[in-house]
Design a protein around this ligand. Structure first.
Ligand code: ATP
Ligand code: MG
Length: 276
């Protein structure tokens, strides 16, 4: 059995506060994000829903510190984001693995950066622990990404993100290019990993354009309107029935919410089509 050395975890409160956030890539293009306001508590699982091109990835890039707000601000525990940080891990749709590095190297390079005090054996131990946690066989440790299936590549991306233990995790359509069965397995996996941390759960921002995926994963759903994006609808499952695979098409309250979200996104897309 793989044992993992206990590491000191930095304790952060990590409430995320998005205030009057507006963003434009350049003056000619106009605003991509209009006026976004959001209060997110530590341990929330926020799904950002919206049609293609509305600015979901842009919002995630701002949260990652890869872009700076044009207007307004994003505060973490009251302090504005200054740039990329190990406090915020990212999982991409296209996996973001270095193609010339093996699974093990892709994970240990991140561990080395986050825990420079660890020796090589400890880094490997931690990488194998997280591979096991995402149901990746140890035999894949020395395989290159090109030798892995899409699902295996994304398991590697998830293992790498969790191995550095970021209190905030940003996920941009991470299962967008996977088949339905693999996608369902990975949705269950991410829920299990998030839930098992109990009172120390990560805060997750998860971008998707699939209503069912948002319903299954989120504690909070925010729907973005077309660009310049605003939040046109927010839903919290606190104190309400939580959607699961078994009640998604059975529970009247959830069926109503599901239909409402689909209609909202479709109507927004129609408004856009008539404008174009
Ligand atoms: N680096 C960039 N420079 C200029 N414009 C950009 C850049 N990245 C995105 N955009 C524009 O910003 C808008 C929002 O793009 P974004 O990628 O955030 O949308 P999205 O909601 O993630 O879409 P999708 O669901 O298709 O991934 C689009 O009009 C896009 O063309
Ligand atoms: Mg996107």
């Amino acid at each position: 059995m793989i044992k993992i050395k206990k590491i000191e975890r930095i304790i952060w409160m990590l409430d995320v506060s998005i205030k009057n956030l507006g963003f434009s890539y350049n003056d000619k293009q106009g605003m991509v994000l209009g006026d976004i306001n959001m209060e997110v508590k530590k341990g929330d699982f926020v799904c950002l829903l919206g049609q293609s091109g509305c600015g979901k990835s842009t919002l995630l890039r701002l949260l990652a510190g890869l872009e700076k707000p044009t207007r307004g601000q994003i505060l973490i525990d009251g302090s504005p984001i200054q740039g990329p940080s190990l406090q915020r891990g990212v999982v991409f749709q296209d996996y973001g693995l270095f193609p010339w590095m093996t699974t093990g190297e892709n994970i240990t390079i991140a561990i080395k950066h986050r825990f420079p005090e660890m020796n090589k054996a400890e880094q490997k131990e931690r990488a194998l622990y997280w591979m096991k946690n995402v149901d990746m066989d140890e035999s894949l440790y020395n395989k290159l990404p090109g030798e892995l299936s899409g699902g295996q590549k994304q398991r590697c991306g998830i293992a790498r993100a969790f191995a550095i233990d970021p209190p905030i995790l940003l996920m941009d359509e991470p299962f967008g290019s996977l088949d339905a069965v693999t996608k369902a397995k990975l949705q269950d996996l991410i829920l299990r990993l998030w839930q098992q941390e109990k009172e120390n759960r990560k805060t997750i921002f998860f971008v998707t354009h699939e209503v069912d995926e948002a319903l299954l994963l989120a504690t909070h759903i925010s729907v973005l309107s077309q660009s310049p994006a605003n939040i046109m609808y927010s839903h919290s499952f606190e104190g309400k029935i939580k959607p699961t695979r078994s009640n998604l098409h059975r529970e009247p309250e959830i069926i109503d919410l599901r239909n409402y979200l689909i209609k909202l996104i479709h109507e927004d897309a129609e408004i856009r089509a008539t404008k174009e």
